[in-house]
Write a protein that binds this ligand. Structure first.
Ligand SMILES: C[S@@+](CC[C@H](N)C(=O)[O-])C[C@H]1O[C@@H](n2cnc3c(N)ncnc32)[C@H](O)[C@@H]1O
Length: 267
């Protein structure tokens, strides 16, 4: 029998999910924020650029009236999500998730209460025209009480060539390499590598050909696409300046080298 290329300990999707994603915290934040805005829980959730659909899986765990739709272009990644993530759900939870292979620019039905695009995946849209088309389509895809929720990474570090290393509790190292950043176009070549205690490396486990967007640009695009009550949830920091994972609605923030925040709009 041919040897599998990746063991569970080196499968890029498992490493990515562990090192990059925080589905429980993200879904808690999104769910609470929707309730705050609309005074009732959201029922339907669309996860754009869903990849392995980890957030959708978390969403359907919230209750029997919750449904999720995951959208991604890449069939093998969706298949991986079905095999490894949806398979961990109960039959009832799994029956409330649909994964579709589609372009997020093109799919607008079924309409949903919440549309989320996390981990900056929309940075694949490198022109304002494409970004606006995406946000307009998101607007069309939402119910009247609908919320668009996107995260954004910024700060001076996001506009430099740099490499960041982070030890992951699993015993390996997550490496974010921003190999190039062009200050004229804001195009960036970003890569994720993993390094293991035995000296082995998984180079270029994921590569991203991105345009970095700024908060004011996204807010303007949300407004042009028809969104209302556009606001920012800014992550609070502890006394050592580290992010706490707690996000608060705010109009002004002090500059930091690297920050992650969320941009929200109501349909
Ligand atoms: C960084 S991964 C996101 C993984 C995960 N959802 C997360 O939040 O970390 C980006 C995903 O976007 C998908 N993608 C890129 N362009 C797309 C498009 N136009 N429509 C749908 N999916 C797209 C890729 O196939 C890839 O799985």
């Amino acid at each position: 029998m041919p040897k599998p290329r990746f063991s569970p300990k080196t499968d890029p999707h498992i490493l990515y999910q562990e090192a990059v994603q925080s589905p429980e915290g993200d879904i808690r934040l999104i769910d609470r924020h929707y309730k705050k805005l609309f005074g009732r829980p959201a029922r339907t959730f669309r996860e754009d650029f869903c990849g392995t659909a980890l957030l959708s899986c978390e969403w359907v765990k919230l209750g029997k009236d919750r449904r999720a739709l995951g959208v991604d272009l890449d069939a093998p990644t969706l298949k991986w999500g079905r095999t490894h993530n949806l398979s961990q759900l109960s039959d009832d939870q799994r029956a409330r998730i649909e994964l579709v292979r589609a372009n997020v620019l093109e799919i607008a039905r079924p309409k949903v209460d919440v549309l989320a695009a996390l981990n900056f995946s929309y940075c694949v849209f490198k022109t304002r025209a494409l970004m606006l088309a995406y946000v307009k389509n998101a607007h069309r895809s939402l119910n009247r009480d609908g919320m668009l929720f996107m995260d954004i990474w910024g700060g001076s570090e996001s506009q430099t060539e740099h490499t960041d290393r982070r030890r992951i509790p699993g015993g390996y190292t997550y490496v974010w390499e921003q190999r190039s950043f062009d200050p004229i176009s804001f195009h960036a070549d970003c890569r994720i590598h993993f390094e293991f205690p035995n000296g082995k490396k998984l180079r270029n486990a994921f590569t991203y050909d991105w345009r970095m967007w700024t908060l004011p640009e996204l807010k303007d695009i949300f407004a042009e696409a028809g969104f209302k009550d556009i606001h920012v949830l800014w992550e609070t920091s502890d006394d050592k300046g580290r992010g706490t994972g707690v996000f608060r609605r705010t109009e002004k923030a002090s500059d930091e080298e690297s920050w992650i925040s969320c941009v929200v709009g109501r349909r």
